[in-house]
Design a protein around this ligand. Structure first.
Ligand code: HSE
Length: 341
């Protein structure tokens, strides 16, 4: 499979490292031969139709240089759209930062990839939060796959659990901690009595936050994930404007202390029932959603199977990058059976 990688930050680079590390197993265990034919970053592109040597591409990034500075394969003047339009490939991996104002530039990259017949794997929540119903339709129309496992739960297979493992059942409601940064902050405030600002600083140092951390603390990141789950799992045609959002800025140490006296704690909970909400809520410490640190936890309530909760790390570059490989393998397997879904 020929792949164009657009966005070469932490997630894009981690994806390249995973491909290098898994090269032999991918061929042996899955018959999968990924070939990254182009990488695009802010400085331009590196293109080799026979496949770039990812070690070399990564060494440029380690030196804080653009991939376009490659002597043999660099194209400093080429934009991502030029590359997506002109380079032959079966799939585009889109790992640019989330923008919830207009979804750009990721939104245009995804649409262009569809129009040029490329399957898309994205870890970018912006385009999906703003235009998921339209994007799903556009992918179907162009007979290509759109996959986005890394947009919810980082490496934790939240979407797959609901979509694949509960196949045939009907999920009636979802409730969960969907943002690692805010869970980390609330845990640090609760357990170590850190101030909000101290805890936020640590979360930034650990690389959990969005480029703009207000996305995390004001609940917007969790709301984006809720929209993705509502569309993909529950077939609700909703976008970000349909979510009632409240972040954690007003959660005080006093409120956490009061909650602790009742064997409770405060968590930023996203829920999908008749409506979509993100809100700090007091929950029992015995609730399966009462997880600490950067963990995410999601409880699915389904008609037949009852309640299941999935827990796992909800943020991190390598964790998110691992989902790109999962999604590409999923596309490969679907193509092998000629499914479009
Ligand atoms: N900033 C996000 C979080 C990253 O803290 O959950 C994963 O989407």
């Amino acid at each position: 499979m020929r792949i164009i990688l657009v966005g070469c930050g932490i997630v894009g680079q981690s994806f390249a490292r995973i491909l290098i590390r898994r090269e032999t197993e991918l061929v042996k265990d899955y018959g999968f031969h990924p070939r990254v034919v182009a990488v695009v970053d802010k400085g331009g592109a590196a293109i080799n139709p026979r496949g770039l040597t990812l070690e070399k591409t990564l060494s440029l990034k380690d030196e804080k240089r653009t991939v376009a500075s490659s002597r043999e394969y660099g194209h400093p003047a080429m934009s991502a759209l030029d590359v997506i339009e002109s380079v032959e490939a079966e799939a585009m991996v889109e790992a640019t930062p989330t923008n919830i104002v207009d979804g750009e530039p990721g939104l245009s990259y995804i649409k262009t990839a569809f129009k040029t017949g490329k399957h898309v794997v994205t870890t970018n929540k912006g385009p999906l939060a703003l235009a998921m119903p339209a994007l799903v339709e556009l992918a179907d129309y162009n007979k290509v796959y759109l996959r986005f496992s890394g947009t919810v739960g980082a490496g934790t297979p939240v979407l797959e659990l609901a979509k694949k493992c509960l196949l045939g059942d009907r999920i009636v409601s979802i409730r969960g901690i969907l943002n690692g940064t805010t869970n980390y902050i609330l845990t640090e405030m609760d357990e170590k009595h850190f101030t909000f600002q101290q805890a936020l600083k640590n979360a930034q140092k650990l690389g959990y936050c969005e480029t703009d951390p207000s996305m995390d603390v004001d609940g917007v990141d969790a709301a984006c994930k809720l929209v993705i789950m509502a569309n993909w799992i529950m077939n609700k045609k909703v976008t970000l404007k349909d979510v009632d959002v409240q972040g954690i800025r007003n959660v005080t140490p006093q409120a956490l202390e009061e909650a602790a006296k009742k064997t409770c704690t405060i968590k930023l909970i996203g829920s999908i029932n008749s409506d979509l909400r993100v809100k700090p809520i007091e929950i029992s410490r015995h609730d399966p959603l009462s997880v600490g640190g950067v963990l995410n936890a999601v409880t699915f309530v389904s008609e037949f199977a009852g309640e299941e909760t999935i827990i796992g790390r909800g943020a991190g570059g390598i964790e998110t990058a691992s989902t790109i490989l999962r999604d590409l393998l999923d596309i490969k397997q679907n193509l092998a059976t000629k499914l479009i879904a």
